[in-house]
Design a binder for this molecule. Structure first.
Ligand SMILES: [Mg+2]
Length: 262
């Protein structure tokens, strides 16, 4: 991050100190937890859980997890009490802090497309790396190093065809592809959260992957997008943190400003 990015972060802290009200939106995999080929064991970086717990208990600042994963998986991996607000499956699911779970609607054609994509994956012997979740189906190439480029190309073409026929969108992410209905992405989650927020809170979105770019675009002009990554890359984010050290420092600074109980 250049001087401009550091300046944006400084301005952000100054605004948060002034208002005392903030909304902290964060992706999970690659942001709060290392990317792990064993997805069921991708626990948060050491030190993250305590900090997230503290911020969740802060009365004036809101913490929201926004992920492509299923909310039930995130609840298990985060292992937090209280459970923070979690948007799963790119906004298809919203788990409120009081435990209420909202789920988005799917049209019949979309459901048929997801089933078709999943069946194709199983028929190609890809069951182990396919992930079924509400409203989406994903193939995690990163979980199987033996996969050749031909199979990946066939998967890409087949899923693109299914998407076209059934009105779904294909998305590439770090290490795989995913099918989901249009309108479900992290940018729309950010738009919803900001439109609901009263009192103009200072807003920030932290993320690492391609699916976070929608959120970075949505927050521009209304808050700060922060890339969490070992390396800088072309992005819509305006600032950069290297995990886990700078991420933990960021969460500590947030707690200092917004308070929160241990
Ligand atoms: Mg991520």
């Amino acid at each position: 991050m250049g001087r401009e990015g550091r300046g944006k972060l400084q301005d952000f802290w100054t605004s948060l100190k002034k208002t005392g009200k903030g909304i902290l939106m964060m992706d999970y995999d690659g942001t709060l937890a290392p990317i792990d080929a064993h997805r069921k064991q991708a626990f948060p970086f050491p030190g993250v859980r305590e900090r997230v717990r503290k911020i969740t208990r802060s009365p004036d600042c809101r913490l929201v997890i926004v992920s492509g994963r299923w909310t039930t998986e995130l609840v298990g991996l985060l292992d937090l009490d209280p459970v923070p607000e979690i948007w799963g499956c790119h906004g298809m699911e919203r788990l409120h802090p009081d435990g209420l779970l909202e789920t988005g609607d799917l049209h019949e054609q979309e459901i048929l497309g997801l089933v078709e994509a999943d069946r194709w994956a199983i028929s190609e012997g890809l069951k182990e790396i396919s992930e079924k979740k509400p409203g989406c189906v994903a193939l995690h190439y990163e979980c199987d190093e033996t996969l050749g480029p031909e199979l990946k190309e066939r998967a890409r073409k087949t899923w693109a065809r299914i998407a076209r026929n059934r009105g779904l969108d294909v998305h590439e992410f770090h290490g795989g592809i995913e099918l989901r209905p249009p309108g479900y992405d992290k940018g729309n989650v950010v738009n919803t959260l900001l439109s609901e927020s009263e009192g103009d809170p200072v807003a920030v979105f932290l993320g690492d992957g391609l699916s976070d770019e929608d959120a970075f675009r949505a927050i521009k002009g209304r808050g700060l997008g922060i890339l969490v990554s070992q390396e800088w890359r072309p992005t819509e984010a305006q600032a950069w943190l290297k995990p886990p050290g700078q991420l933990l420092d960021f969460l500590d600074t947030w707690s200092e400003i917004c308070g929160g109980e241990n």
